[in-house]
Write a protein that binds this ligand. Sequence first.
Ligand code: ADP
Ligand code: MG
Length: 592
Amino acid sequence: MAIRQLPEEIAARIAAGEVVERPASVIKELVENSLDAGATRVEVETRGGGQTLLRVRDNGTGILSAEVPVAFRRHATSKLATADDLFHIATLGFRGEALASIAAVSRLTCTTRSAEETAGTRLRIEGGTVISHSAIGRPPGTEMLVEDLFYNVPARRKYLSSERTERRHIDAFLTRYAIAYPGVAFQVTHNGREALHTSGNGSAREVLLDVYGLELGGSLLDIPPELTAGQAIQVRGFVGPTTVHRANRGYITLFINGRWVQDLRITYAIIQAYHTLLPVKRFPVAVVMVDLPPEDVDVNVHPAKTEVRFREADSVFRAVQRAVRATVISEAPIAADWRPPTATQPIPSLSATGVTAPTTRASLAGLQPARQFALPGTATPAASPSTATTSSAPADPSGAAKLPPLRVVGQVATMFIVAEGPEGLYLIDQHAAHERVLYEQLLSVWAEGRVPAQPLLEPVTVTLPPDEAARLEERLPLLASLGLEVELFGAGSFLVRALPAPLGQVSPQELLADIAAADLDRSPVREGLEALTVRRICKRAAVKAGQVLSREEMENLVHALEQTSNPRTCPHGRPTVLQIPVAQLAAQFERR
Ligand code: ADP
Ligand code: MG
């Protein structure tokens, strides 16, 4: 086939395909135009999932009658003047493509009136061709009516999903914008039935309650604006407490400078902020809004404008991760009857000095309440151990994450502790529970400085393969701060002189091998070396399945678990406790 220039009309349809994929993308473009026009009321109406009809009506600035036909030309926009403007975009639109694209693949009627003029305009376009153009009377603002979407693109029509699915896409978009723009009153109807109605009174919390319902909407925590106040990257919004989680990422919403975007990395920063706080394979609920200087973010990545590029992606990642983490940690419920020990107060199990390494039993016997902790490196003023504890509510009455006081009944299969509590039967995984306890203890002592070291009677020599030895060598200063005193002894050989005091008996060989094997690059989660190392240490030091525990040891362990800030999961996110309500037992025994 010879090379030919495509006719204008075909080129327009190809271009339209990039912007208008489905009814929801039309709604997105039209609503973004309304918001750019300063509207405080946006009404959306659809029929047939938006394919038969969709209408967006606003009370924004309107379009001057002379400019109406221009607005529908490709690359016609009032939002950009120079190429430089592209690098500090403050509006949602800027490409001047949306109206032209939508008009190319539908029958579109635009009625609008600028507040500066007395008469309005009505323009009708079918498949990109102007059918009529007249003056009409109407109040200031704009209404875009789009009928028979894709009537002239049958191939695209075939790809549309069911009416219900299309409606879901539309609602997903509109509810998010309603949350991010609480000052705008949104009203949405599908086939005449109201789907969403917000007051526009500026309260995002009110919209959350509306959109997510009382229970979920009410449980979300405010990201305190103080966390990032005065910084170039500001993080606002709402995040779920650790008790709220979902099976997928669909409940994570991200706005960058008022624009809903999809960004895998920043989404990951949010997920990462919950690391070890949620069960594995569960995802948080979050609406996170990041504001940063427009010149630091490039929104001109794709015609649909749902992706952005950051000039300094790492800084954004860290700002989001820290703000979310601090919010979640500071709200993690703590026990009412428990007060943090003061810095000078000796911690029982740590003050025990002895030349022989304590046994695991000794470490269980000496377990003490763990303190609220912040991961070193992610600590922000609001999340530092001292302020976090004092700023938290003493007890969260709805704190489903917290454990009530439990009475130990016994051990099953040398693996699980059986206990009784106010809400029935509790089964506790002894290894996972001990890991959680050690983890919080180690971090909390560490947050105050160094972890005390427990000297070994005889130093122990450990030899590692070269790559692991090299890795371990780099980590020696970190290990020393964790109470693990190790010296390089010769090629690949190390001398272990002391172990972290809170740990109890643990094999130095296995411990070092574990730490050296922790390969940061291959770690599935992006976390600091510190946290990774601490988790490794705790995993190795925790009591194993198969160990018989005395009643006292079990009681100490359960009591220590009750005091942790996240008793329900181990540091790796696996559950520590299974709870069977009395009602369920009764039902199983067919008691009424
Ligand atoms: P863009 O939003 O990228 O500028 P569009 O094709 O979406 O491009 O819109 C073209 C122009 O039409 C806009 O720049 C704006 O001036 C005008 N416009 C579109 N919708 C509205 C509206 N609802 N209210 C006021 N002006 C509008
Ligand atoms: Mg636009």
